[in-house]
Design a protein around this ligand. Structure first.
Ligand code: TMP
Length: 209
């Protein structure tokens, strides 16, 4: 089977990291052993530096919404050109913790920049490059942020008002409706149920390809 690019999306506390592990193990069981895992923002030396800049609260200088958008897209160009495309060319599967949908949700909806503007910028930066399959973990932000709080100190995004996350969730659901190669899983269910549903989705996806 040709290598695929799979993305896990969702708000904070949705359980993306453990789902990435579940997918990786399931792919191994399906005899896909060449898997590159990555995350966004991040995944290259430059993108990881930008990640820590945008996640850290800095009282000296406010990051403007448009700057935040451009930084996220800059990270993505670095990751796509230097990691994702070369891996796929090498027949390695790629599994990413977040991708473009996060920018639509957080900068487009959350920051109010608009989904169309994010789309235009993506066309310019990435052409039509997109994941082969997306698993969206849906969670009520109140529950998700409670989980995030238990993990430790909140970062610059996690400190946003609940309204920011409500808008982001709404955008995720809008994107999901328009995309055939994406599925939604209710991440408020017990973890073993979520993980089983993720495994089933991966088995199903690989069977159809
Ligand atoms: P996380 O990897 O712990 O989820 O942290 C990444 C944070 O960055 C998260 O709050 C979502 C945010 N983010 C954006 O705002 N826009 C983006 O395009 C991406 C990839 C992430």
């Amino acid at each position: 089977m040709q290598a695929k690019f799979i993305v896990v999306e969702g708000l904070e506390g949705a359980g993306k990291s453990s789902v990435i592990e579940v997918i990786k193990n399931q792919l191994l069981l399906l005899k896909v052993d060449q898997v590159v895992t990555t995350r966004e923002p991040g995944g290259t030396p430059l993108s990881e530096k930008i990640r820590s800049l945008v996640k850290t609260v800095n009282d000296n200088e406010e990051i403007m919404p448009v700057s935040e958008l451009l930084l996220m897209v800059a990270c993505r160009v670095q990751l796509v050109e230097n990691v994702i495309k070369p891996a796929l060319k090498n027949n390695q599967w790629v599994l990413s913790d977040r991708f473009s949908w996060s920018t639509f949700a957080y900068q487009g909806a959350g920051r109010g920049l608009g989904l169309d503007r994010v789309d235009q910028l993506h066309q310019l930066a990435l052409g039509g490059f997109k994941p082969d399959f997306t698993i969206y973990l849906d969670i009520d932000p109140v529950i998700g942020l409670e989980r995030a709080k238990k993990r430790g100190e909140l970062d610059r995004f996690e400190l946003q008002q609940i309204e920011f996350f409500n808008k982001a969730r709404e955008a995720y659901l809008t994107l999901l409706e328009a995309e055939n190669s994406a599925v939604k899983i209710d991440a408020s269910q017990p973890m073993d149920v979520v993980h089983q549903q993720v495994k089933d989705q991966i088995i199903n996806y690989c069977r159809l390809k």
